[in-house]
Design a protein around this ligand. Structure first.
Ligand SMILES: Cc1cc2nc3c(=O)[nH]c(=O)nc-3n(C[C@H](O)[C@H](O)[C@H](O)COP(=O)(O)OP(=O)(O)OC[C@H]3O[C@@H](n4cnc5c(N)ncnc54)[C@H](O)[C@@H]3O)c2cc1C
Length: 405
């Protein structure tokens, strides 16, 4: 990457304190410039997001107004030459996601759907012209993106089961079908929609702009996980898309799989942040809550749960850091990303449950600061490939046998 680095000398950078939960000091894998950028994200999350997260979660509303101020911190689009503000690593980009989820996993999803899923689709699958057209305004926060792959009848089996169709008529494509669970889709300016070409049966990607006739997004109500994220059911009825808005570098599912591999790394970091958020709230609570005349933090059984949680966090952080380094080295394969997603989300599920447990009855209220993470973990466990799907990807790599069907 040919990028300018800030003129400030490294020694003068405002490097943030190492988090207590970063037990083995992985923050030092980041350059001083990256650490300073992480510090800006951490401050923003504490100042702008933490105070409102519980209320927005409770009301199932999204603080869309924070998208632009967050983008102004400069870490959206950090993966792309067109938009990166300084030279940075995949560890840095993952770390930023972890900092978001540590305060609010929904906010991490809201940002990640646009800056990860949608921008990666364009960054990896777009032509140079498409990248130049879309990535800069998305990185500035002027445009919000969404990513439409999952369908009502196709979740885990999107590699073969997509029913949404794209038919070419001259320079225009006509899309028909339905999508489900699409985050940000009710307000997004651009939705990357995946559909099967009726001519060759291959998956293609399309940039669908807000307001395109025939495109409808309806919010999914009564969701009990990641409540801040606005997920939608989408219908596509004879939606006309110009050939110039078809992602020129996507010629089949294997190209889409490249996007999913990168974004799956991001979800591992998100799961890590989610368990850290729950654990930190649990540590606080156990030091304050007294039973039998002592803080419950002084009891061996409580300490065992906290130590188990810190072990989960430390192992997951080590895995995420190495996975990200492999991404930069070009050594990462599908099975590496799948192993991390399955492992880290499983450890997350245990950790948020232990965190909830040590908070007793109060642990199921939003006030203790654990319940939100506990509920949010369920969606993170499922999206970007369920544990089953990721274990099967790893199993295929171990045995040479695909056991999906
Ligand atoms: C909050 C949220 C946000 C999301 N955001 C987006 C988004 O922005 N864009 C998008 O495109 N999608 C999104 N998704 C969809 C998500 O990726 C899917 O939910 C996920 O891939 C699983 O698909 P499914 O829910 O249809 O479950 P299913 O595929 O129906 O699976 C149900 C169960 O069956 C198991 N199963 C399925 N097949 C097999 C098999 N062969 N062997 C063993 N077990 C199997 C699964 O592991 C799972 O336990 C989101 C989902 C959620 C919950």
């Amino acid at each position: 990457m040919t990028l300018t680095t800030p003129a400030t000398p490294a020694a003068a950078l405002a490097v943030p304190e190492q988090l207590e939960v970063d037990f083995y000091g992985f923050q030092h894998q980041l350059t001083p410039v990256e650490q300073e950028a992480v510090g800006r994200v951490r401050d923003f999350m504490e100042r702008e997001v933490r105070p409102l997260a519980d209320d927005y979660w409770d009301r199932a509303e999204c603080p869309v107004h924070l998208f632009k101020p967050f983008a102004e911190l400069g870490s959206v689009g950090a993966a792309w030459e067109e938009t990166a503000q300084f030279e940075n690593s995949a560890v840095f980009r993952g770390w930023v996601g972890m900092e978001l989820a540590r305060v609010d996993s929904s906010f991490c999803t809201f940002i990640g759907v646009s800056s990860g899923l949608a921008m990666s689709s364009i960054g990896l699958g777009g032509s140079p012209e498409q990248r130049a057209q879309w990535l800069p305004p998305m990185a500035r926060g002027d445009l919000i993106g969404a990513f439409g792959l999952t369908e009502p009848l196709s979740g885990s089996d999107t590699a073969r089961g997509l029913r949404t169709t794209a038919t070419r008529h001259g320079d225009t494509w006509v899309l028909n079908g339905a999508k489900r669970w699409i985050g940000n889709a009710t307000f997004a300016d651009v939705v990357v929609v995946w559909a099967k070409d009726t001519a060759d049966d291959q998956v293609k990607g399309f940039i669908v702009r807000k307001g395109t006739p025939g495109f409808t997004a309806t919010k999914i109500e009564r969701k009990q996980s990641l409540r801040i994220v606005q997920n939608a059911d989408i219908t596509l009825e004879n939606v006309e898309i110009a050939e110039s808005d078809r992602l020129q570098g996507i010629n089949g599912f294997k190209d889409l799989a490249n996007v999913l591999r990168v974004t799956r790394d991001g979800v591992s970091w998100q799961a890590l942040g989610t368990m850290i958020g729950a654990y930190e709230a649990a540590v606080r609570y156990t030091k304050e809550r007294e039973q039998f005349g002592n803080p419950i933090a002084s009891y061996q059984l409580v300490q065992d749960k906290l130590a188990t949680s810190l072990g989960n966090i430390t192992a997951s952080l080590a895995m995420c850091v190495r996975l990200a380094q492999m991404q930069d080295e070009g050594a990462q394969r599908d099975q590496h990303a799948a192993l991390a997603k399955a492992f880290v989300t499983t450890r997350m599920r245990e950790t948020v449950a232990l965190s909830r447990e040590v908070c007793g009855g109060n642990g199921i209220t939003l006030d203790t600061g654990v319940a939100r993470y506990f509920a949010d973990a369920e969606a993170v466990y499922t999206f970007e490939g369920t544990r089953d799907m990721n274990q099967l990807i790893v199993g295929r790599s171990i045995t040479g046998h695909a056991a999906f069907v």
